[in-house]
Design a protein around this ligand. Structure first.
Ligand SMILES: Nc1ncnc2c1ncn2[C@@H]1O[C@H](COP(=O)(O)OP(=O)(O)OP(=O)(O)O)[C@@H](O)[C@H]1O
Ligand SMILES: [Mg+2]
Length: 268
């Protein structure tokens, strides 16, 4: 099992949107994927219709009332399961957030997922505290969504510095990747942020794929589905997450299974 955390210091940059749509793409590519919501505000659950919103989840697992595999929700997509955040009691949230910070509790909780999933994606709350720190400590890699808007760049070095520090301590992700989000390629301010990003960070740190700003994301969250399920023939932006998944697979060190590297004849 490989663990990918989706993290940013700044809020509202597209973490939850990327987590959900990327998890869907990985599953479509045949990776057995579990998407875990660690945001006490229930970001993933709120973005989805149905049981993921109402059901039990991480909070109930942490209270010891439920095991991980009992809490996991299967989805329409065969290889995609969800662990919603559940319903943390308001008075317990501060404690709950603090308990997750050192990563050990999260690691224990996710232990049953080890055999069952190829990939666990963790959506985290913004900031570098609580569950976000826990996820950073145990993750193999992190994806940092960077909103292509002025000032957004400022918060990225703090995340990278934290990753470097954790690595020095012998924990922390092997790699970080930045993905530009909410890109408006016809807006000068947005383009400027993209250019600064490409100049500031080494090429291997910034993914080629860029998530455009598109009203279809609002439509998808109103319907409570990933963009790939918004309609039978998904909108163009859905393909961006397939590209991100393909780029990340290399960084995550996913080995090709036998036969994977060979071209498939178009006509037998
Ligand atoms: N590429 C996009 N184009 C248009 N709207 C987007 C895009 N990505 C995200 N959004 C919208 O922006 C808002 C914030 O996105 P999202 O919830 O994914 O950010 P977040 O980083 O998870 O926020 P938080 O820090 O609160 O957890 C949501 O309303 C979402 O639908
Ligand atoms: Mg979120």
């Amino acid at each position: 099992m490989t663990l990918l955390a989706i993290t940013s210091q700044k809020g509202g940059v597209g973490k939850t949107t990327c987590s959900l749509n990327l998890a869907f793409s990985f599953a479509r590519r045949g990776r057995k994927t579990l998407l875990v919501d660690t945001d006490p505000q229930g970001a993933i659950g709120l973005s989805l219709a149905g049981r993921a919103r109402e059901g039990r989840g991480l909070a109930e697992c942490l209270e010891g009332n439920l095991s991980l595999l009992e809490a996991v929700i299967e989805t329409r997509e065969t290889d995609l399961d969800l662990l919603p955040v559940g319903h943390p009691a308001p008075a317990r949230i501060a404690r709950w957030v603090a308990d997750l910070e050192d990563g050990y509790l999260l690691e224990d909780l996710l232990a049953p997922a080890r055999e069952r999933y190829d990939l666990v994606l963790i959506d985290t709350p913004s900031g570098l505290t609580g569950p976000t720190m826990g996820a950073l400590r145990i993750a193999d890699g992190i994806l940092i969504p960077l909103q292509a808007e002025p000032l957004a760049l400022r918060s990225v070095p703090a995340v990278l510095a934290m990753v470097a520090q954790l690595r020095q301590e012998g924990r922390g992700p092997h790699f970080a990747a930045i993905v530009l989000t909410m890109m408006q390629s016809r807006e000068e301010a947005s383009l400027k942020v993209a250019q600064e990003t490409w100049q500031l960070f080494p090429p291997e740190l910034v993914l080629e794929a860029v998530v455009p700003r598109d009203p279809v994301f609002l439509e998808a969250s109103a319907e409570g589905v990933p963009v790939g399920l918004l309609r039978r023939r998904p909108p163009a932006v859905a393909a961006v997450f397939d590209q991100i998944a393909a780029e990340l697979e290399e960084r995550l060190g996913f080995t090709h299974e036998e036969g994977d590297d060979e071209a498939i004849p178009l006509v037998d």
